[in-house]
Design a protein around this ligand. Structure first.
Ligand code: GFB
Length: 310
């Protein structure tokens, strides 16, 4: 991918897309294109086709997706399956039609079976039942992986799929009903601190374990894999370590400086008990994450504080 190659980032305003955009600018890529959802509705097949016909991008990062935390996924399964299948199918098919040199599709660690052996290897895909709270999202993402593989086999395209673990960082969603756990807890502890509340409620039992990757590390991995990875199957991207939600809550309370009590609400869903990715394939290629969880939470908290001051 030379520095003047035409690169399209789908979803450049989101958590992942904005981090990829910054990474490409930082690495002096000069010909990056993107559209807001008002300018281009990615669910509209003709719109996407016309955009590819007019722009003819050489490389594509598919970072556009309908995403959300456990409650949002569980409450709106139709939105998750419809929007994700439409967005990714339109982009992947247009990328084939307009001869994109290489496309990177972003999946998610929730594509793997709910009770997969840990750490989760890429080959565990489709070997067991999915987690019910996010099955619609997972099915859509699995369809995206299979679409990339199918197009590679039938049409000789170069479409790769990468599976990041749970992500966090600047430009995340901090809405308390639709967000993922990490931004939700930053906000909950911050609001409890400034309002001098005696306790904060955490969903579920606090026992599930999750692996958290800072989105700047993910963007670095995306650029690395766009250059280095050519295989037809998906590749995991993670940090190689997980933490319980209970431990995460304590860590965030410490970073935010909240001294009160942490309560658990087992009436809310726990989701998958554990989701730790096996990253040996990625490590063998020579990539490792750099941002430590505590440092990443600290910088994300400061990013969140800045958004409150604007
Ligand atoms: O991050 P999260 O929403 O998604 O929840 P998943 C992770 C864990 O944190 C669950 C608990 O056990 C939640 O019950 N949790 C505790 C909370 N307090 C909170 C809170 O205030 N907000 C939230 N959101 N969680 C998602 C999938 O699953 O993972 C998506 O739904 C996606 O499809 C994403 O794949 C990576 O890790 O359970």
């Amino acid at each position: 991918m030379d520095k003047h190659a035409k690169i399209y980032i789908a979803g450049h305003r989101g958590l992942v897309g904005s981090a990829i955009l910054h990474k490409l600018i930082h690495h002096s890529y000069t010909n990056i294109i993107y559209r807001t959802s008002q300018e281009l509705d990615l669910c509209n097949q003709d719109g996407v086709k016309n955009f590819f016909a007019a722009e003819e991008p050489e490389y594509v990062f598919v970072a556009a997706a309908k995403v959300g935390g456990i409650l949002e996924n569980h409450t709106y399964p139709a939105n998750f399956i419809y929007n994700n299948i439409m967005i990714q199918s339109n982009i992947i098919h247009a990328a084939y039609q307009y001869k994109v040199k290489k496309l990177l599709f972003l999946g998610s660690s929730c594509i793997y079976p709910r009770l997969a052996p840990q750490p989760i290897k890429e080959e565990y895909l489709l070997t067991g039942e999915l987690e019910d709270t996010n099955a619609s999202y997972a099915i859509a993402k699995i369809a995206g992986i299979k679409m990339c593989q199918g197009y590679n086999r039938q049409y000789g395209t170069n479409f790769i799929s990468i599976m990041p673990t749970n992500l966090y960082g600047p430009h995340d969603n901090f809405d308390l009903t639709s967000s993922h756990v990490l931004p939700a807890l930053i906000r909950k502890f911050h609001e409890a601190k400034i309002n001098h509340l005696p306790s904060v409620e955490i969903w579920g039992t606090g026992k599930p374990r999750r692996e958290f990757l800072h989105v700047d590390d993910l963007a670095d991995a995306c650029l690395f894999l766009m250059k280095e990875y050519e295989e037809n199957g998906p590749i995991n991207v993670g940090v190689g370590k997980d933490i319980s939600i209970r431990e995460l809550a304590k860590l965030i309370a410490t970073v935010v400086g909240y001294p009160g009590e942490i309560l658990y609400n087992p009436a809310m869903p726990d989701g998958t008990p554990r989701k730790l990715l096996d990253i040996s394939k990625l490590e063998a290629l020579g990539w490792n994450s750099k941002i430590k969880l505590q440092d990443g939470i600290n910088s994300t908290y400061h990013w969140y504080l800045n958004t409150l001051e604007v």
